[in-house]
Design a protein around this ligand. Structure first.
Ligand code: MN
Length: 129
């Protein structure tokens, strides 16, 4: 089985390091981007199995990048999770409307984080069969 590739779009380097550490520890291959537009171009080029994206990002924010990813048939099927401290009910709704398939709240709870990743990847495999 090939290792799943996960793209992390996060401008805060501490958060990015933590997420990368957790994912690599769990055996995933990690790609990183630090702005929404960089995230978009890497996603289109690398076609990762899953994208984790912060919402407050420079150049292009996460909501805008999400709408672009979901509007492009090439990247629309890639599961997309928001990585966010914005977890008020309205923020959650706004993220889902922008095209996110779910979200992971910051600060990160390691057990919940690992579960959310496995679940998103599993659902993707099921959809593909
Ligand atoms: Mn940010």
């Amino acid at each position: 089985m090939t290792r799943s590739r996960i793209l992390v779009v996060e401008d805060n380097s501490d958060n990015c390091d933590l997420v990368r550490f957790l994912l690599e520890n769990a055996g995933y291959q990690v790609l990183v981007a630090s702005t929404g537009s960089q995230g978009l171009s890497i996603a289109g080029r690398e076609m990762p199995d899953l994208i984790l994206m912060d919402l407050t990002l420079p150049v292009m924010d996460g909501w805008t990048a999400a709408s672009h990813l979901k509007a492009d048939p090439k990247t629309a099927q890639i599961p997309l999770l928001a990585l966010t401290a914005h977890t008020l009910p309205g923020d959650r709704q706004k993220a889902l409307e922008a095209g996110f398939n779910g979200y992971i709240s910051k600060p990160i709870n390691i057990t919940k984080f690992n579960d959310a990743i496995s679940y998103a990847l599993l659902r993707k495999e099921k959809d593909a069969t």
